[in-house]
Each structure stands twice: as structure tokens, then as C-alpha cells.
Design a protein around this ligand. Structure first.
Ligand code: MSP
Length: 633
């Protein structure tokens, strides 16, 4: 059995943010789940490079566009590695294999009479890379990019006869209800199809950054027509027909709700025109917001997934995104909620359970547990949980799959409280009951770890090691290892707490930027480790704007360029620095502080300054030029 799974390919005009990372993490969970089920899985991710925004960004940086895309590929791959994403292939739209596929598909559609010449006149949103109708705009702006003005373009274009496929698409939607999930997105698309389809422009004139149309090489292929073909290109369309016939059609495209139209209307019509099979299913997930706001670089509401993963570990982030957000709907990320869930699910619940099982195994049985009995009600529950987990994961209710695993964790904690091994241990008449309780608790943890393996890969592997499961990690199979096993001695392994509690509110929110003074630590204060220090992301930044904050003597509102984003930081340096002296100045900031609101202004970081006792702050600086974004360590 095979499973071909893809995600949207990302525009590389900026680094991944938590929203784009969410999509990739959830797809990774699905890929890992399929592998756990023993299915031969091909998981594709990639970068979408032929966008005008990418081209402009490269020029802004004085780089050749391809060199810029190479650099961004490295950045993307580094973030994806940090999040433990297990893709099998990573495609870039500037690769020869992709170009060959795009040209072949465009030529085939042309030969089949579905591409014709015309003139396009209308609005274009460069950020969406989409043609917009007047009715799509809100006060003349694209609703998704309200800070930008759409461009009016009039150019000779080639059009794709999308209208020809409307009836076939409607019939497909009706005959295959699982084609677009979840249901609410399917209804949206059905309404759109019922209202009729217009032909779409599939080329851009006068541009060089893109793939030339084979039958009209002065035109480049429109970025969406180009990008969608990546899914076929990666498995050999246009370059390796034998391979293509093995993997095509795709089983599942994971994409955001904003781009389901491209994937369930435009893409299938292109495939129909080229005589290719349609993907089995498209899942349109919801959006992750940050503190209730749409994540956007330009609005300063973007979160870097590396920063989040660095704070409490990649698996904690993966669990939060999968368990706390109902897959398919929008959800929210706040630091407060994230820490709260971390403490509840990981520090207090799962982490504590793993530690308790090991501590009791050591104390009462020298770390060696023997099977006694069939596991009783905990074993029965594990069976029910496995069924719930499987049904949830198969239907892409990933949040419920995670909840199922935690149902077993909760029940195991309750089981320990009820069987009270510490009481049983007081009387040798209870030896068998103690053995049974200890083994059952360890076995339940083992089963829960197998279920959590797709969601928290490294942590699950570590838990399995601690409860004495010696199966090579990639050989784990749900059917075999996700079931209760009442046999085999277990050699339990002790280890440090997996998830130490974090203190809520946290020092980050208390940052008194008004007094950047950091009083020298008293000599007896405990020292921190290098790892603890490295958690503080110190970076070089450049001040772009500075202004006083009304009614505050000490605070200034700064807009700084961190090399990755532009953000607002409130700094308590007004008494020593007039705003105009700061613009253009290089400063050092703590980049990964939680946001804090000071005098009504949200501060996203802290500017470092020396703070002599009783004196005024003196900004930290360098004796040579350093570019914004450089790390300080
Ligand atoms: N390049 C196109 C996709 C082409 S696929 C043939 C694109 N790129 S994107 O970088 O803008 O977005 C990549 C994916 O991230 C999309 O599926 C998009 O919906 C998703 N997300 C962007 N912001 C998001 C959130 N805030 N939350 C969740 N997903 C988000 O579109």
C-alpha cells in the first residue's frame, strides 16, 4: 500500500512563520502516522520560487534571484530540521525536473485546445499572486493584504479554459464527497462551482523570473499554474514516466483554507485537461492566529517557529499545535496558553507519569518489571483508545488522535493513584498485585508513546527507551506495537525529567524595560549552564524609527530591523537618548522575549544597555559594523 502526501510549497520572500510551520507539522504527523501503519509513504514539501515578491526581495538584497532562493532553501531546511519534519523529497520550482513538468503540462493543455491567447485587464495582488475581481476587494484593498495596494494590469496573456471543466468538477465534487475536506470547505467550493467559472490567465508578459511557455517563450507561466505542477513533477511527470505511474495520483494535498480554490478547482481542471488522474483528497486546514490576530510580517504579528521551538522544545510545540487546534478550524497561539498546556500535559501529566513509573520500578523492583495477569481495565482501555486513535487519525481529526493518547495517560495516572503501589509494597502478601500494577503502568505508558510517536517523534522514542521497549524505532507498527502486550520482562531506564515545569507569567512578561538595569548577580547566586544562556536569543538590530511615548519620561517606542523582521520594542532609555539620535543606530536586543505591553504599546523584545547605579543607561554597541540579524553570544 502506498501513500503520496504533499503540503503547499512556500513562497520564499520571508522565513517560515508559525502558520506555515503549522501546516508542515500537521502533514508530518500524517506522514509519520501512515508509516506507523506500515504504509509506503512519500512525503513531499518544497519552495515556491517564481513569485514576484521573491524576485523583488532578492533585488532588494542585491542578490541574484536564484542565489537568494538557494540561501532561503538553507534557511527553510534548517527550520524544518529543527521541527523534526520527515519529508522524503523537497522540490524547488527552479529545478530542471519542475521546469520540464511545467512545460510538458502547459504544452499538453495547449495541444488539447485549453490554452488560448487573450488580453487581461484587472487587479492583481502581488502578495496573493492572484488576479482579483473588483468584488473581491475591500475598500480597494485585498482583504488578505490590507496594507498593500493591488496593481492594475493590462497585458496580453494566455488563458486557460477553466470554464470548460465546471460541469466535470461539479460532478466530481458530488460523486466524491471526500475530495475536499473538511465539510465546510467543500460547501464553499460547491457554491463557487454552482455559480459558474471563468477562464483564468495563466501567463505573465514582460517578466523574466519564471518558466517560459513552450509555445510562446516571451511569456512566463503564471506562478500558480507553475506551482501546482510541483506535485506531479516531484514524482516524475515529464522526466520519469515509470516513477510517475507508481506514485500518481497523490493521495492527499494538505493546504491552507485560503488556497483550496487553486487546489480543488484550478488544479483538477488542469489535470483533466492533460488527461491525468485527480488527487484523491485535498484537506484545507485552518489558520493559526497569534494572540487573536492574523499572523503577518507587515503587521508585526508574526512568530518565528524556531524561537518557539527553542523555548520549550520542538515536540512541545508539535503537541500544542496538533492537540489544541481542531484540525480544519482556525486556532490561536499565545505564549500564556502555550506554557499552560505545556505544564498541564507534559510537565505535570505525561512527564511526571514517566518519572513516577521509573522511580517506583527502581524503588520496589530494582528497575526490572515482570508481567503478571492480562492488564485488567487499563489493558481494556488501551484497546478502546487504540480504536479511537486510529479512527481519528484516519479521518484527519489529528487533535482527537492526540486526545486519545492522553486519555490513556490520564487513566494511567488515575490507575497508579487507585492501586497505590506504595501501600502494596508494605506487605509481602501483595507481591503479585504490586508486580501487576507496576507492569501495567509501564505497559500503558509504552502504548501511549507508540500512539504519540507521529506527534512527538523524539520524545516518544525516549519514553519507549525508558520503559524498556527495545524495538528499533523505525520498525514500530501500530497494529503490532500499539496493542497491549502482557509479556516480556521490562528493563526500565531512569532519566532526568523530560519536561521541567515552566513558571507561568515568567520573567519575560515582567521585563521592566523602564529599568533595563540588570543588577549584578550576587556571588552566591547559582550559575546557569551554557544551554540556559543559549536560550536567550541576543541579536544585532538596527533602529529604523524612534519616538517618545506620551506621558512616559523613560520610555521610547522603537521600530527595529532584526534582519528577519521589523518590530516594535519599547526601551527605557528616553532620559539618555533623544529619539532622533537613535535612528540608524545599531543596538543589541533580546529577540525571543515574550511580548509585553508597556504604556499601551506592545514591546517585542528588549534593547540592552549598561545601567550604572544611579546613572543613565548606556546602549550596548560595537566597535565595527555588524549587520542586523547577527547573533550576539
Ligand atoms: N506558494 C503558495 C502555495 C503554492 S502550493 C502549489 C502559498 N505560499 S505561502 O507561503 O503563502 O503559504 C504556504 C502555506 O501556508 C499555505 O497553505 C497557506 O495557507 C499556509 N499558511 C499561511 N499562513 C498561515 C497561518 N497563519 N496559519 C496556517 N497556515 C497558514 O500560498
Amino acid at each position: 500500500m502506498r501513500f503520496y502526501l504533499t503540503t503547499a510549497i512556500d513562497y520564499v520572500n520571508s522565513r517560515p512563520h508559525l502558520g506555515t510551520a503549522y501546516e508542515k507539522i500537521t502533514a508530518d504527523v500524517i506522514a509519520r502516522y501512515k508509516r506507523l501503519c506500515g504504509i509506503d509513504t512519500y512525503f513531499l514539501m518544497g519552495n515556491d520560487e517564481h513569485s514576484q515578491n521573491v524576485y523583488r526581495r532578492a533585488l532588494e538584497q542585491g542578490l541574484d534571484p536564484l542565489a537568494y532562493c538557494d540561501q532561503m532553501e538553507r534557511e527553510f531546511r534548517a527550520v524544518w530540521a529543527q521541527l523534526d519534519l520527515s519529508f522524503d523529497d523537497f522540490i524547488r520550482t527552479t529545478e530542471p525536473r519542475h521546469r520540464a513538468a511545467v512545460q510538458e503540462l502547459a504544452q499538453t493543455c495547449f495541444d488539447n485546445g485549453d490554452i488560448y491567447e487573450g488580453v487581461y485587464e484587472g487587479w492583481y495582488c502581488v502578495s496573493c499572486e492572484a488576479f482579483k475581481q473588483e468584488k473581491d476587494l475591500l475598500d480597494g484593498k485585498c482583504p488578505l493584504h490590507p496594507t498593500l495596494s493591488p496593481e492594475w494590469i493590462r497585458e496580453k496573456n494566455y488563458f486557460f479554459r477553466l470554464s470548460r471543466y465546471r460541469d466535470a468538477l461539479l460532478a466530481h465534487f458530488r460523486s466524491t464527497p471526500t475530495f475536499l475536506q473538511p465539510e465546510m470547505r467543500r460547501n464553499e467550493m460547491l457554491r463557487l462551482l454552482e455559480s459558474g467559472l471563468e477562464d483564468i490567465s495563466v501567463s505573465r508578459a514582460g517578466q523574466h523570473w519564471g518558466i517560459p511557455l513552450p509555445f510562446a517563450p516571451d511569456n512566463v507561466v503564471y506562478v500558480w499554474f507553475d506551482a501546482l505542477i510541483n506535485y506531479a513533477a516531484a514524482v516524475g511527470y515529464g522526466t520519469d514516466e515509470a516513477r510517475f505511474s507508481v506514485w500518481w495520483p497523490a493521495d492527499l494535498h494538505i493546504v491552507g483554507k485560503d488556497i483550496t480554490r487553486f487546489h480543488t478547482v484550478v488544479w483538477p481542471a488542469m489535470l483533466m485537461s492533460a488527461g491525468l488522474a485527480l488527487p484523491a483528497a485535498v484537506f484545507g486546514h485552518g489558520w493559526v492566529h497569534f494572540g487573536g490576530q492574523r499572523m503577518s510580517k507587515s503587521l508585526g504579528t508574526s512568530l518565528d517557529p524556531s524561537d518557539v521551538a527553542r523555548r520549550l522544545g520542538p515536540d512541545s510545540l508539535r503537541l500544542y499545535l496538533v492537540k489544541e487546534l481542531s484540525y480544519g478550524s482556525d486556532g490561536d497561539f499565545t505564549w500564556e496558553r502555550y506554557e499552560e498546556r505545556y505544564n498541564v500535559d507534559l510537565a505535570n501529566n505525561l512527564g511526571n507519569l514517566v518519572s513516577r513509573v521509573a522511580a517506583m520500578a527502581e524503588k520496589y523492583r530494582g528497575l526490572r518489571l515482570q508481567p503478571v495477569g492480562a492488564g485488567g481495565r487499563l489493558a481494556a482501555l488501551a484497546g478502546t483508545v487504540l480504536d479511537r486513535y486510529r479512527a481519528s487519525m484516519d479521518s484527519l481529526a489529528l487533535h482527537d488522535g492526540a486526545a486519545a493518547a492522553f486519555q490513556l495517560v490520564d487513566a494511567t495516572n488515575e490507575y497508579i493513584a487507585e492501586t497505590a503501589p506504595w501501600t502494596l509494597a508494605k506487605n509481602t502478601a501483595n507481591t503479585a498485585r504490586l508486580d501487576e500494577a507496576l507492569f501495567a503502568a509501564a505497559e500503558a505508558v509504552r502504548v501511549a508513546a507508540v500512539l504519540l510517536r507521529p506527534i512527538m517523534p523524539a520524545s516518544a522514542a525516549e519514553i519507549l527507551r525508558r520503559v524498556g521497549d527495545t524495538t528499533p524505532i523505525d520498525a514500530l507498527r501500530l497494529e503490532q506495537h500499539g496493542r497491549w502486550r502482557a509479556e516480556g520482562t521490562r528493563e526500565i531506564v531512569k532519566g532526568p525529567p523530560l519536561w521541567p515545569r515552566v513558571e507561568e507569567a515568567g520573567p519575560a512578561k515582567e521585563i521592566t524595560v523602564e529599568q533595563p538595569a540588570t543588577t549584578p548577580a550576587p556571588a552566591e547566586e547559582p550559575r546557569i549552564t551554557i544551554d540556559e544562556f543559549m536560550k536567550v536569543d541576543l541579536r544585532v538590530a538596527k533602529v529604523l524609527e524612534a519616538e517618545a511615548i506620551p506621558k512616559s519620561k523613560k520610555l521610547l517606542k522603537l521600530k527595529v530591523d532584526t534582519g528577519r523582521d521589523q518590530r516594535t520594542i519599547v526601551a527605557g532609555i528616553a532620559e539618555a537618548y533623544p529619539p532622533e539620535r537613535l535612528v540608524g543606530r545599531t543596538v543589541v536586543i533580546v529577540a525571543n522575549l515574550q511580548p509585553a505591553t508597556l504604556m499601551g504599546v506592545e514591546s517585542n523584545g528588549m534593547v540592552l544597555a549598561g545601567s550604572p547605579d544611579g546613572g543613565q543607561p548606556i546602549l550596548v554597541g560595537f566597535d565595527q559594523d555588524v549587520t542586523p540579524g547577527a547573533r550576539v553570544r
